[in-house]
Design a protein around this ligand. Structure first.
Ligand code: ATP
Length: 267
């Protein structure tokens, strides 16, 4: 209900267990978002203000959205996912109103996380591409964030691939004043991501995820996820000739043999 449209609300079912690699980054997210939302008294005692906004930056498909969902799930927070480009284009002329409604709804349902994907498209550096609309939308976003009250029960997470092209006003104190870089995974990270995505798969004996991690230099989480899905589909294609699609039931023996083997990973 409410804002609808460019925003989609859900209670995410992603957990920290679903994130491969990124241990240090996750630790930062927990300290910056989870801890103050759970225990604001710690920050009050210290006399410091926890962040209202955190910027996750890094290449596409590295787990920024995943991380925002996981932290929201962990603290049982209401989660609103807004797409920057969508809010700018689809609701041309209503972007500010949309944003206002999103924040209102988040406050009503707090604790809440407002996730803004591709935030650079809402708030490009002034002067760069920005016209009147962008200027108004940035001003609106800033004023909404400034207006979030001190109870810290609404936190905004922005994600971008292009941290340098964001309006600097957004990165000032009291706004998105914390940044976490979510990089391309190294070999160990890739292995952990492969483990996450093969968790529910029947892997044939002898499959060595280490080796696939080794051979996938440059792959990000989203690529590794596709790789495992494609491998599973290859396994299915292998036994496809044996399947009688007309029959009501798949032979138990055939199901048993349906495993992802080394050759399925190769293509
Ligand atoms: P974008 O900038 O394109 O929005 P993103 O960084 O937000 O990218 P996600 O949407 O979090 O990327 O990742 C896309 C999908 O890739 C996830 O749903 C997940 O299945 C997989 N994935 C990405 N990173 C990881 C990771 N670190 N561990 C496990 N899965 C991952």
């Amino acid at each position: 209900a409410g804002a609808g449209g460019a925003a989609s609300q859900e209670t995410p079912n992603v957990t920290y267990e679903d994130i491969g690699g990124l241990d240090e980054e996750l630790e930062q997210v927990r300290e910056m978002i989870e801890l103050p939302m759970r225990h604001p008294e710690l920050f009050q005692q210290l006399g410091i203000e926890p962040p209202k906004g955190v910027l996750l930056h890094g290449p596409p498909g590295t787990g920024k959205t995943l991380m925002a969902k996981a932290v929201a799930n962990e603290i049982d927070a209401y989660f609103t996912n807004i797409s920057g480009p969508e809010i700018m284009s689809k609701y041309y002329g209503e972007s500010e109103e949309q944003l206002r409604e999103v924040f209102e709804e988040a406050e009503e349902n707090s604790p809440a996380i407002v996730f803004i994907d591709e935030i650079d498209s809402i708030a490009p550096k002034r002067g760069e591409t920005s016209g009147d609309v962008e200027r108004r939308v940035v001003a609106q976003l800033l004023s909404l964030m400034d207006g979030l009250d001190e109870r810290n029960d609404v936190v905004v997470i922005g994600a971008t691939n292009r941290v340098d092209s964001i309006d600097p006003a957004l990165r000032r104190g009291g706004r998105f004043d914390r940044e976490i870089e979510i990089g391309v995974p190294d070999k160990d990270g890739r292995k952990e991501i492969l483990q996450v995505h093969t968790r529910g798969m029947p892997l044939a004996e002898g499959i060595d995820l280490d080796q696939y991690a080794e051979n996938t230099h440059g792959f990000v989480g989203a690529d590794l996820e596709s790789l495992t899905k494609e491998s599973a589909m290859n396994a299915l294609r292998r036994i496809r000739p044996e399947l009688d699609l007309e029959s009501d039931q798949i032979d138990a023996e055939v199901l048993d043999r349906l495993q992802v083997s080394e050759s399925d990973f190769k293509d």
